[in-house]
Design a protein around this ligand. Structure first.
Ligand SMILES: [Zn+2]
Length: 96
């Protein structure tokens, strides 16, 4: 039986735990093979989720989680670009 709507949850590619979708970062591969960070959660394409945590991102990279999720090879430069996009705020230098 279908009860009340549950908040959607997704599994993190890094730590493999499920969290509320809205607390996670969605990386999406568009139909023309462009990877991007989906800030709206509505972009078209195949999506993969990670925690808002750089360690999870690095782990997903190390364990090829994104490649498994997208069923396609990802170059280091793509990881680097995504990482910068996701963590640019967190990674801001403390002093300039
Ligand atoms: Zn995680």
């Amino acid at each position: 039986m279908k009860g009340q709507k549950k908040s959607p949850e997704r599994m993190c590619l890094g730590c493999r735990t499920t969290h509320l979708k809205k607390d996670m970062i969605r990386v999406v591969r568009s139909p023309d093979n462009v990877y991007s960070v989906d800030m709206t959660g509505k972009s078209l394409g195949r999506g993969a989720y990670i925690c808002r945590n750089e360690e999870c991102f690095r782990r997903a990279e190390r364990e090829h989680g994104f490649e498994r999720a997208f069923k396609s090879k990802m170059e280091a430069a793509i990881y680097e670009a995504l990482r910068k996009e996701i963590f640019k705020n967190e990674a801001a230098p403390e002093k300039s």
